[in-house]
Design a protein around this ligand. Structure first.
Ligand SMILES: *[C@@H]1O[C@H](CO)[C@@H](O)[C@H](O)[C@H]1NC(C)=O
Ligand SMILES: *[C@@H]1O[C@H](CO)[C@@H](O)[C@H](O)[C@H]1NC(C)=O
Length: 305
């Protein structure tokens, strides 16, 4: 009698240990923080593109990693590789953009934290949506690019076969160069961007969604300063502005070079790490179930005793 009671206890204890282990695994392997990348060519990436060809140069900061994924045009998760926007911004050749160096910088910082405080690094999911040469009007609610961005963000947050818990970390936005040609476009830019951010937050049901925008470094027209002023003056909560002015440009005086994109990626990561944790985020799941099972086992053991 005593023997069977003891073996029952042993069994329960090992079951509890298994659940605890499963819970730890959930934390380490099944969380993914998602970033939407939207805007025009400098977000899609033209680093290393000369004429109609990308030079294929991939700096260490842009190399693939098993824990950095991208959502393909066909809505599948795959290991992220340059050019990140190849199947999204298809009309022109894509090169290096800020997405991968951003994700690598976050991973490096997470690895440093994990080394100091134990495991906890999340996978990173990038959702490329940027298309070259697009104006802010093409990103307004009702326009196809806006609809595609919302559809892809929603798909990224669904729990797929990977069973990962998903959380939207931020939208990274780099656009405005095409709104510098007409004075009226430049002057209405700020209001349109603000409306777009509010619409996006509302359509995703995330009123506190962090929005990190890049103040443009170049423009197609003469009104770049007006657009930059609007970007830097945006007054919505949880909107951060990272200034790209002064970063090296390709010979076209419009597109950031590969090294400039690496630097911009690091700047975006720094601003996310500084402000991102203060903003609200969104989970598609949590560990309630594992905790519930653990509690059930503890209750069973207590009952028997
Ligand atoms: C910018 O201004 C210059 C000088 O006034 C003019 O020649 C040029 O056409 C303008 N560029 C655009 C894109 O409007
Ligand atoms: C976790 O999920 C359960 C239901 O699935 C929900 O009731 C609970 O509020 C969630 N907890 C957190 C912290 O999100």
């Amino acid at each position: 009698m005593l023997l069977s009671f003891l073996s029952l206890l042993l069994l329960l204890a090992s079951a509890a240990a298994a659940v605890a282990e499963a819970e730890a695994e959930v934390e380490v392997e099944e969380e993914m923080v998602v970033f939407v990348l939207a805007g025009q060519s400098n977000m899609a990436g033209r680093g290393g593109v000369v004429g109609d060809r990308w030079d294929g140069d991939v700096p260490p900061e842009c190399r693939p990693s098993p824990s950095i994924l991208r959502l393909s045009a066909a809505l599948r998760w795959e290991e992220a590789r340059e050019p990140l926007h190849a199947d999204i911004d298809r009309a022109r050749p894509c090169g290096v953009g800020p997405g991968l160096p951003f994700a690598s910088a976050l991973r490096r910082s997470a690895a440093a934290t994990a080394a100091a405080e134990g495991p906890g690094a999340e996978a990173i999911g990038l959702v490329p949506c940027a298309v070259g040469g697009t104006r802010i009007d093409e990103w307004a609610r009702g326009a196809p690019l806006y609809a595609a961005m919302v559809r892809r963000a929603r798909a990224a947050l669904e729990r797929g076969e990977g069973r990962r818990t998903r959380r939207l970390g931020a939208v990274l936005w780099y656009q405005g160069e095409s709104d510098t040609v007409e004075r009226s476009d430049a002057e209405s830019y700020g209001g349109k961007l603000e409306t777009m951010i509010l619409d996006l937050r509302s359509d995703l049901g995330l009123p506190g969604l962090l929005f990190i925008q890049v103040a443009i470094a170049s423009g197609e027209g003469n009104f770049t300063e007006i657009v930059r002023k609007a970007q830097k003056g945006l007054k919505l909560p949880n909107v951060i502005c990272v200034d790209a002015k002064g970063l090296p440009l390709e010979g076209d005086h419009l597109h950031l070079t590969t090294q400039a994109q690496v630097q911009l990626g690091k700047m975006l990561a720094q601003s996310y790490l500084t402000y991102g944790t203060k903003a609200m985020s969104f989970s598609t799941g949590n560990r309630t179930k594992a905790k519930f099972l653990c509690g059930l086992l503890v209750a069973a053991i207590l009952c028997i005793l």
